[in-house]
Design a protein around this ligand. Structure first.
Ligand code: ATP
Ligand code: MG
Length: 563
């Protein structure tokens, strides 16, 4: 490819709202351009990277025996109503009607469509297992599309769906997919962790995310410093802290605690550690057709993990509650305790066997001393947020928190969708059973940005070998110099002839300008054909280190081939 004919409009200006390196460099380098909120065009260089990633994903998926399909991006609403997700999915689902008043959605994910494709065609266990995938556009009307390709509204995803006769076979496929996703990320040159994820309201243990480590990641991931435990903060567990039950100086009962409405004030008031206090967090749980106030009780030194809380009460959303609403319900803010009447309560499991606690007394200016959760009839569950330096529940090691970007999510779904969509097969005993399903997604367009988030410097992109649009740029220092031009042209032809993906920078621009583009675009290597040619020399520049190496013009071809 010749740079003089390549449509790669590089610029010095970054988009006003761009704060992340991947967003800035991909736009400045002319890889992508924004056409609407969360919607991007791929220019030739961006499309080359996208296709390279697609190819790696496809090759690894095909190797694992999954079969590629392509489903309609526009999906009839009917199917979404059948599964019950039409209303549940919320505003991220873009719904519209056609000229005949038929309702449709723009597919944000394709469980329904894929189950529909399979249900009338796979009728016997003999046709299972089956794994179908596609690499296709998705649309999610995200509340806050941001960070360029990292969180778009329209984006490219590889989504796969597997169908099995039982959960053992699903588990086998799940392990296979974890391996496949790992191979994809290895080939792309990305450092990542496989972490335990929140399974949402569907429940089940088999949900893992593939997180690429990046300082600017949106996700907090918890990793153990001594074993290989890793989890998304939303799902992370810790070993309960050994707590010495403090001997309170006062006897059990309700105490007058005027204006003591925070955990800190309570600790000071009773001269106890916050681990001896109970914190109440009130939320409004929003369900499909109703809503209710719920209270979560956790140890005073801990924070509520909202995703865990939301999964526990199976709400679509948990929202904060204002003082006025609390008042109307007769809930006394600042003095809420577990003995409250007529409100659904959940208690963190670490409090289960605790005694001698201090909690709200459900009346203004009073707290209860000497409270115990022992033998109480609450729903106990893991509700806390793991913090840095907590203890690992697997090995006793120390937990650390790092930043990551979710690039893939693999999920043992079970029969939720097949049941809802009445999709069954005849098992070995001739009995109709819903398929046991897995679903696996990897963000193909997000990966374009993720490569740059993990691989860049202050000058621009640093594409990895499998993702770079070109392996090498030949920069002609002065295109008007006949000798330079002729030599560069012949080297270009030679390298192309052996199948190397080379860009010849033959533009009539200043050398400095072309070097700046080389740094911004981030292809791994350049050969500079410049003034040294009269002495029979050219230079190789490594993009990562920016080190230059002088090489004889007669040896350059062989040198590049050796590498
Ligand atoms: P996130 O937590 O980042 O919103 P998600 O959990 O909603 O993602 P999944 O439904 O698991 O995402 O989708 C599978 C993959 O699709 C994700 O791992 C991610 O790589 C990609 N993806 C999801 N949402 C977006 C988006 N808005 N823009 C680009 N890629 C996305
Ligand atoms: Mg996910």
């Amino acid at each position: 490819m010749r740079f003089s004919t390549l449509f790669a409009p590089t610029t010095k200006e970054a988009p006003k709202d761009a704060i992340l390196p991947s967003h800035i460099y991909l736009v400045r380098g002319g890889f992508v351009s924004q056409i609407g909120s969360g919607i991007y065009n791929f220019l030739p260089l961006g499309k080359m990277v996208l296709d390279k990633i697609k190819t790696v994903v496809k090759e690894e998926m095909d190797k694992s025996s999954a079969q590629e399909t392509q489903l309609g991006f526009v999906t009839p609403s009917e199917l979404w109503k059948e599964s019950g997700r039409y209303h549940k999915f919320g505003k991220e689902l873009l719904r519209f009607t056609d000229r005949k008043e038929n309702e449709f959605v723009l597919g944000p994910t394709h469980e329904e469509a894929m189950v529909d494709l399979v249900r009338s065609r796979v009728k016997s266990y003999k046709q299972l297992p089956l794994h179908l995938y596609q690499i296709n556009t998705k649309f999610r009307d995200e509340a806050r599309p941001r960070y360029g390709l990292l969180r778009g509204r329209e984006f490219l995803m590889k989504d796969g769906y597997s169908f099995h006769e039982d959960s053992q076979d699903l588990e086998r496929e799940f392990i296979q997919m974890e391996k496949t996703y790992g191979q994809i990320l290895d080939r792309l040159g990305l450092e990542y962790r496989v972490v335990e994820a929140d399974s949402g309201a569907i429940g089940g243990s088999g949900s893992k995310e593939l997180m690429v480590l990046a300082d600017n990641g949106e996700d907090d991931i918890v990793v153990c410093d001594s074993c290989d435990y890793a989890a998304n903060i939303e799902a992370a567990k810790r070993a309960g802290k050994p707590i010495d039950t403090q001997n309170l100086e006062m006897s059990a009962g309700d105490f007058h605690t005027p204006d003591v409405t925070t955990i800190d004030a309570l600790s000071v008031f009773f001269k106890v550690d916050s681990t001896s206090t109970v914190k109440a967090v009130v939320k409004k749980a929003i369900y499909e057709e109703s809503e209710e106030l719920v209270i979560f009780f956790i140890c005073g030194d801990s924070e509520l993990q909202e995703t865990k809380a939301q999964s526990l009460c199976q709400a679509i959303e948990l929202v904060d509650v204002d003082a006025e609403t609390l008042k109307q319900k007769g809930i006394v803010a600042g003095f809420i305790g577990p003995e409250i009447k007529d409100v659904t309560c959940f208690v963190d499991v670490e409090l289960k066997d605790r005694e001698n606690l201090i909690c709200g007394a459900n009346k203004v200016d009073y707290h209860t001393v000497g409270y115990s959760f022992k033998d109480k009839d609450f729903t106990f569950a893991d509700l806390i947020t793991v913090e840095e330096d907590d203890t690992c529940s697997c090995c006793g090691g120390i937990l650390k928190i790092t930043k990551g970007i979710e690039v893939g999510h693999i999920f043992q779904l079970g029969d939720t969708y097949s049941k809802a969509l009445n999709a069954t097969f005849l098992d070995r005993n001739g009995k109709a059973q819903p398929y046991v399903m897995g679903t696996y997604g990897i963000g193909v367009s997000r990966l374009v940005a993720v490569v740059i988030e993990q691989h860049h410097d202050e000058k621009g992109c640093l594409w990895t070998p499998e993702t770079s649009p070109f392996a090498l740029t030949i920069i002609v220092s002065n295109i008007k110099d006949e000798a330079q031009r002729t030599f560069a042209e012949s080297l270009y032809a030679q390298l192309k002839a052996v199948g190397m993906n080379v860009l010849l920078d033959d533009r009539g621009e200043r050398f400095g300008f072309k070097m700046k583009d080389f740094e911004l675009l981030g292809f791994p290597k350049a050969v500079i054909v410049g003034k040294g040619l009269v002495e029979g020399e050219v230079q190789i520049v490594d993009r990562k280190t920016l080190e230059k190496q002088t090489v004889s013009k007669d040896e350059i071809f062989q040198k590049l081939m050796d590498k």
